[in-house]
Design a binder for this molecule. Structure first.
Ligand code: AMP
Length: 198
């Protein structure tokens, strides 16, 4: 099963992806996490992308696709994947179709977490001030969030009609509490699993 979680930065994709992983035994693939690890490890890739990530801009499709292709070659992906933060452009979405087609698979469902902008700013402010409990991301500031939101609107939002036209886009109210959002997300995944096992 291949699930995409779509939504603006701070909409709860990471939280919901981890909960889906625990509940359904799927594997969360977060391109943001993979890229942050490369920056921390100061690899060749990490050096190339650090300033772009810190500015809240998108990494080039070419680099992200290299990363995702390598990751999808790993055997742990066979149980099914929840994509978190990928695809982020229509070109990435098309490339994912090609990769999955070559594996005899398809994207089963795209779950869109709807959240309004004011709530996003509040969430990011909270995340940025919770130092001590969790490590604060260098791109979790209100200033950078504005760039990330802009990148989302320009590059990622066009993915919504791309998947809606195929009839695989489901929307969830991301303004609700974590558990309520999860229960709506689980219902969607359960219905897909029923169809798949028919
Ligand atoms: P995230 O953890 O998903 O919010 O991603 C953090 C940052 O990593 C983004 O602001 C981008 O700079 C970069 N990034 C993550 N995923 C992608 C992607 N699919 N395409 C381009 N850049 C990405």
């Amino acid at each position: 099963m291949n699930i995409i979680l779509l939504g603006p930065p701070g909409s709860g994709k990471g939280t919901q992806a981890k909960r889906l992983e625990a509940r359904f035994g799927l594997l969360q693939i977060s391109t943001g996490e993979i890229l942050r690890e490369a920056v921390t490890a100061d690899t060749t890739l990490g050096k190339k992308i650090k300033s772009t990530m810190d500015a809240g801009e998108l990494i080039s499709d070419k680099l992200v696709l290299e990363v995702i292709k390598n990751r999808l070659d790993e055997p742990d992906c066979e149980t099914g994947v929840v994509f978190d933060g990928f695809p982020r452009t229509v070109a990435q979405a098309k490339a994912l179709d090609d990769i999955k087609r070559a594996q005899g698979e398809t994207v089963d469902v795209v779950i869109m977490l709807d959240v309004d902008d004011d709530a996003l700013i509040t969430r990011i402010e909270k995340r940025a001030t919770s130092a001590g409990e969790n490590e604060v991301r260098s791109d979790d500031t209100v200033e950078v969030l504005k760039h990330r939101l802009q990148a989302y609107r320009t590059w990622t939002a066009p993915i919504i009609p791309f998947y809606a036209d195929r009839g695989i886009l489901k929307r969830v109210d991301g303004m609700k509490g974590i558990k309520q959002v999860s229960s709506a997300v689980y219902k969607i995944v359960d219905s897909i699993r029923l169809v798949e096992s028919d």
